[in-house]
Each structure stands twice: as C-alpha cells, then as structure tokens.
Design a protein around this ligand. Structure first.
Ligand SMILES: Cc1ncc(COP(=O)(O)O)c(C=O)c1O
Length: 378
C-alpha cells in the first residue's frame, strides 16, 4: 500500500485510501486544529478499546507519559521502577523531573521479571522507611514515593495481575506503558487497562498510527480532565487566557485523530495479518523466536540467535538485501546516560540484546517480501 520503494521496513505505516479520505474529511470540516469531533470520537473509541472510562489523545506516547508524571507530581523524591528492556521514552519524562530510576531485568518472555520487581520494591520500602526515621531536619520532608511503569514489550503484555498486586502490597503507584501493545490483551483484559492509567503510542512504526500521536487511558475522571487541560497549556475556562498553572502543548490534532479513526477500523485486520507474519516466521525460520504472550498483538516478531556473531551475520544479510531489521532494545542499564542507576539482575536482558533481532513485521508484508526475507534467513 504505502510502501512503493524496494526497501522493506521493520514496521512501516499501513495507510491508504481510507486514511486519506478521513484526513481530507477532517480538513474539509474546518477542524484543522487540536480539537474537533474526530478527536472526541477517537477518544471514545480508544477508551472502549482499552476497557477504560476515559481517553486523552495527545501528540505522542512520550507526551502521554509526561502528562502522567506531571499529574502524579513526580520529582526528585520519587523512585521510578521500570524494566530495563524498553525504549528510553518509558523513563525519559521521569528522568527529566529528577526522579531516581531503578531498572529490572526481563524474564524469559522479555517482559519485566516479577520476582526481581518484588525484591526491588522490598528493598526500596525498607530504604524509604529508614530515610523517614532518620530525617532529623525538623522540616516536614516529602515522603518518598515509588512508581512502577509496566511495559508491554513488542506487543506482549506484562503480568498485569502480579505487578498490580505487588504495587498494592508495597504502596507503589502502577501505570502501564502499552505504547507497543494497542489491541493486545492480558488474560482477557485490554493492553493499558491495568493500574492507574495506561499509555498508547501511535507513532509511524506502531501497529496503529496517526503518523505521530499517543493517548492516556484511565478510569480516573480527575486525572483525565487534568491531563486534557495540561495538554492545552492549562488554560482556564474563561474568555481571556487565564492560567493558574503552567501546562503543555501536547493535544492531538483533529486531522491526525481522523487518521487514527480509520486505523482503528482496520485494527482487526491488522492484528490478523501481524499474527500471520509471526506464523510465517515460526514456520520458515529455523531458530528460536521470542514466544509471544497469549493475547499478543505481534507488533514485532523477534528472533533469538545462538550468539552475537549469528545476530550480526543476520543483520548484515538483511542490510545487504535492503531490509530493515534491528537488535532488540539495548537495556537501559547499559545506556551511558543511566550508568549510575541501580539495576536488579540484568543478564537476561543483556543476552536478549546480544542475540535478539526484531524481524520485519509490517502489516503490508506481501509474498514477494517474504521471499526476500526467506533468502536472508536461510
Ligand atoms: C515502550 C515505548 N514507550 C514509549 C514510546 C514513546 O512513544 P512515542 O514515540 O509516540 O512518543 C514508545 C515508542 O516509540 C515505546 O516503544
């Protein structure tokens, strides 16, 4: 459809006449702005998809995470716990607010290792309790708080039930970064449905795209209203520009929401095709694949090679054939910028980074593309 050149991309946008007509419809309606009926409708459809009461459509998944951090009041007194095997945007907004970052290794599925999360939360609780007891300044210090950001890696939901239970037990806030998991489910519950709120991304490479965009989904009405207001510069309801706080310019454009609506119409067909892509690899790739969780949306299929040499050999073959493939996320605890952050475990994610390759997984992959991919795999 949209990819007319010879390069096979990892996960390009799958858009066509329906999206063009939807964007033109929004344009012709005069709502060429970050508000309008398509944004409202997109939010209604997203809330339904997520099994949540409210959705707030914004300019990116990162903006959605930033708005959550703003609402929670994340600052240097907070510790933010996240899986190490994820994209930097999961923790970027918390980092910018001065929070202390703690990373957790993956289990065999690639997602956060729940037993290591438990160890981390226990350690943090003991540390926070000791710090509160030792605080002798006389000034009422802000109690340290903990936030756990669960991530649905490559469209596989993390263990919502276990993480929510641990967060309850340890007094931590839980939110889900379901940026990669639109349309996936976890034990029958939609991606993004766990914790205080979930986040979606509609970046160009995601399973559903608005070219760039994101959303918060939540059952908390106050949170949704505050996030929506903050995404529009926190303007008060008043005929002049009145501000009691400083907000952000994060709202989704109405034209992009129209594209998103056309994409949501396609979601069942997209999920079916992504699953077929995975099945093709399962049949035609001789080696191991990262097992998708039940309910996965198969955003990216991941090959796990025997060694880093094998990984690099496969990547070279793809590159020579003008096919995009990538190593899995470099664990955040190995990133120079996070060198001082604490990590619980790390070896599983490091091994996945050394041996894992994200394979071309686009919705538009055709039989000719699979032939070229097969040549690289053999
Ligand atoms: C896990 C994860 N979190 C957050 C994001 C950020 O989303 P966006 O690119 O829409 O800002 C992405 C994707 O890009 C992601 O993969």
């Amino acid at each position: 459809m949209s990819n007319t050149n010879s390069r096979i991309f990892l996960s390009p946008p799958f858009v066509g006449a329906a999206e063009r007509a939807a964007a033109r419809g929004a344009f012709d309606s005069g709502y060429v702005a970050p508000c309008g009926p398509q944004v409202d409708e997109f939010e209604r459809r997203l809330a339904k998809l997520a099994g949540r009461k409210y959705a707030v459509a914004v300019s990116s998944g990162t903006a959605a995470i930033d708005l959550l951090m703003a609402d929670l009041g994340v600052d240097e007194t907070w510790t933010v716990v996240a899986p190490t095997l994820t994209f930097i945007a999961t923790v970027g907004p918390a980092f910018h607010r001065g929070a202390k970052l703690v990373f957790i290794d993956s289990d065999a599925t690639g997602n956060i290792d729940v037993s290591l999360l438990e160890e981390a939360l226990t350690t943090l609780r003991t540390k926070h309790q000791r710090r509160s007891r030792e605080s002798t300044s006389g000034v009422a210090a802000k109690a340290p708080r903990t936030l756990v950001i669960g991530v649905d890696l490559y469209g596989n939901c993390c263990d919502y039930g276990a993480i929510a239970r641990l967060c309850r037990e340890h007094g931590a806030v839980f939110v889900t970064d379901a940026a990669e998991a639109v349309g996936a489910t976890c034990a029958g519950r939609p991606a993004g449905s766990a914790g205080l709120a979930g986040v979606y991304s509609f970046n160009g490479n995601k399973i559903v795209t608005t070219s760039g965009g994101g959303a918060i989904v939540t059952d908390d009405r106050g949170l949704a209203e505050r996030a929506r207001k903050r995404s529009q510069q926190s303007r008060e309801k008043c005929i002049w520009y009145e501000h009691r706080e400083v907000g952000y310019n994060y709202r989704m454009s109405n034209i992009l929401a129209a594209i998103g609506l056309a994409q949501l119409d396609r979601l069942p067909a997209i999920l079916k095709k992504r699953r077929e892509n995975f099945d093709w690899y399962a049949k035609n790739f001789g080696g191991d694949l990262l097992s998708p969780a039940p309910g996965a949306n198969h955003w990216l299929t991941v090959a796990v090679l025997a060694s880093i040499r094998e990984r690099d050999r496969l990547l070279r073959r793809f590159a020579a054939a003008d096919i995009e493939a990538r190593p899995v996320w470099k664990p955040l605890h190995l990133q120079p910028v996070f060198a001082k952050c604490r990590v619980f475990g790390g070896e599983v994610a490091e091994a996945l980074f050394r041996r894992g390759v994200c394979l071309p997984s686009g919705t538009g992959l055709a039989s000719g593309d699979f032939k070229r991919i097969a040549d690289c795999l053999s």
